[in-house]
Design a protein around this ligand. Structure first.
Ligand code: NAP
Length: 280
């Protein structure tokens, strides 16, 4: 039997509409218009597209968005000074530094400079720490979107075996922690994991965030599993996930497509985090 498709595009659209309504209400009740400032350094074409999409999405829900674009040779100090300035600006509720940054700039130092209460990406160590101990915090957008998609299936996370392939700070680790807080039994896999296929095949919930086009085929998937494909790799101008969809769709119970799965949710969660920062 073919899997149910988890339509991230449609789910994200619903969330955006809800954010739009709440943004109107925030302005009516308290005169606050949420504001997001995105800092882009250099001319990486993919980063430019991501930043433009974020701006467009902000506008569509009534969030003020401002892009600050620097040359790739900007100094780390200039960047830090700008962040300190934005931290003090009452009209700026969220600050996002688009990664990757040029090599001469230390990303973690820059991310650490953002006021944790304006850290809409959830990458500041204070927010990461809160996530680890299970306190309410700004959660990384992609991980938050993944949990949302899993919950949309109606399948209970508690008690399930969740296998997460990939252990990056922006996807694999936060989504593993979030699944753990929802009482899944979590196995985190990475490039040194042995017997990856055997482990993946035990997963009731399988999240793959590797960045290797179609490397997970149908043989890695347990019958009926919820399968979330985070990967996005562009090959010859076509977008590929980490999962061989045509095979996986015949094994899984639920599956996300690429594109139209996790991607739209990441932006929706960014808008949600920005609104949250403006509300609190
Ligand atoms: P990353 O930082 O490069 O991490 C990749 C992870 O995959 C690492 O933990 C690595 O293990 C692991 N890995 C690599 N080869 C493996 C293998 N053969 N078997 C098992 N694990 C393996 O990547 P990321 O930032 O998490 O992103 C992952 C993918 O998701 C990329 O395609 C990215 O474009 C996509 N992404 C999409 C969105 C979205 O909104 N749709 C958002 C973020 C990321 P080690 O730690 O051992 O190296």
């Amino acid at each position: 039997m073919k899997a149910n498709i988890i339509d991230g595009k449609a789910i994200a659209k619903k969330i955006r509409e809800d954010i739009r309504q709440k943004t109107i209400k925030l302005k009516e009740d308290r005169g606050i218009i949420p504001g997001l400032t995105v800092i882009l350094v250099g001319d990486d074409p993919a980063s430019q597209i991501y930043v433009r999409n974020k701006e467009k999405s902000c506008r569509s829900v009534g969030i003020n968005s401002n892009i600050i674009h620097y040359d790739s040779n900007i100094s780390q100090d200039t960047l830090l000074k700008k962040i300190y300035e934005l931290n003090e600006d009452e009209d700026v509720h969220g600050i996002l530094v688009q990664l990757p940054l040029p090599k001469h700039i230390k990303s973690q130092i820059v991310l650490n400079a953002i006021d944790p209460q304006k850290d809409v990406d959830g990458f500041h160590p204070v927010n990461v720490g809160k996530l680890v101990i299970g306190e309410k915090t700004l959660e990384p957008c992609t991980a938050k979107g993944i949990i949302y998609l899993i919950e949309e299936t109606g399948i209970e996370i508690e008690g399930k075996h969740a296998v997460v392939i990939g252990r990056s700070n922006i996807v694999g680790k936060p989504v593993s922690l979030m699944l753990l807080h929802k009482n899944a039994t979590v196995t985190m896999c990475h490039s040194k994991t042995e017997d990856l296929k055997d482990i993946a095949r035990q997963a009731d919930i399988l999240v793959v965030a590797v960045g290797n086009p179609e490397f997970i085929d149908g043989s890695y998937i347990k019958e009926g599993a919820v399968v979330i494909d985070v990967g996005t790799s562009r090959v010859n101008n076509k977008l590929y996930g980490d999962i061989k969809f045509e095979e996986a769709v015949n094994k899984a119970g639920w599956i996300t497509p690429v594109p139209g799965g996790v991607g739209p949710m990441t932006i929706a969660m960014l808008l949600e985090n920005t609104l949250y920062c403006a509300q609190t």
